[in-house]
Design a protein around this ligand. Structure first.
Ligand SMILES: CC(C)(COP(=O)(O)OP(=O)(O)OC[C@H]1O[C@@H](n2cnc3c(N)ncnc32)[C@H](O)[C@@H]1OP(=O)(O)O)[C@@H](O)C(=O)NCCC(=O)NCCS
Length: 200
């Protein structure tokens, strides 16, 4: 059945095909407080509410830039850029990259990484770093395709409180991967706040 959109009303055409094709308009922007609940993706990341809130405070201080890919007023993808933890090594950490399952394999993950890298470059860092769980073979392949090399194996333990007050502890077995961000301006001072204003 073909669905024909006319003046915001969808009509069906019984004789035509059973497909509706349309293009998607994805907008990239920085996270605002109103996004936090939607970033839980209808419960998928409800447990991580505290992490979202803590990292949003770091976002406001320009320590961890939270980027969102928005479709139809919903954050279908995200990536965070920690510009503080490894700043002594002129390195920014790309983390918490995720694309909603129904939007995966369309190029959105690649788009988010490339945008994060251009922000890291503009902010004057020399390297971009990503950590990936050892069993996440496909994500590691994606990062290798984008020019990242394993520099170290690390085990990290972190904890958070779930919304019902339980302390959850997780240990991650990771590859730390790194990439030189070409074109980085060695002379200009790192300024994540300036980049943020310019990007918006
Ligand atoms: C990893 C992830 C962000 C990639 O996003 P994406 O929009 O599907 O990526 P793209 O369309 O740009 O590229 C697709 C490639 O991503 C990689 N990939 C990793 N996990 C994948 C998944 N679950 N589904 C599809 N592709 C995945 C593959 O290398 C794939 O290429 P391939 O088809 O040749 O194997 C996304 O799959 C995701 O959110 N996964 C769950 C969370 C996660 O693992 N995050 C990474 C933490 S380090």
């Amino acid at each position: 059945m073909k669905l024909i959109k006319y003046k915001n009303t969808i009509h069906s055409d019984e004789n035509a095909s059973n497909e509706l094709n349309f293009s998607l308009n994805i907008k990239l922007r920085f996270c605002v407080e109103q996004d936090l609940e939607k970033l839980e993706w209808f419960g998928m990341f409800y447990e991580h509410r505290e992490i979202f809130r803590d990292q949003f405070q770091r976002h406001l201080k320009n320590e961890n830039l939270m980027l969102i890919a928005e479709f139809n007023e919903f954050p279908v993808g995200q990536v965070w850029i920690d510009v503080k933890t490894f700043s002594e090594e002129s390195t920014a950490l790309i983390w918490a990259l995720r694309v909603h399952p129904i939007m995966q394999n369309l190029g959105l993950g690649t788009f988010l990484i490339k945008k994060a890298e251009s922000i890291i470059n503009a902010a004057g860092y020399n390297y971009s770093q990503i950590e990936v769980e050892k069993n996440n073979v496909r994500a590691k392949l994606l990062y290798e395709r984008l020019g990242y090399n394993v520099i170290k194996e690390v085990n990290e333990t972190s904890s958070y409180s779930s919304p019902d007050g339980q302390i959850k502890q997780q240990t991650f077995y990771l590859y730390r991967m790194k990439k030189k961000i070409y074109g980085a301006n060695l002379n200009h001072k790192r300024q994540s706040s300036k980049v943020r204003r310019e990007f918006i």
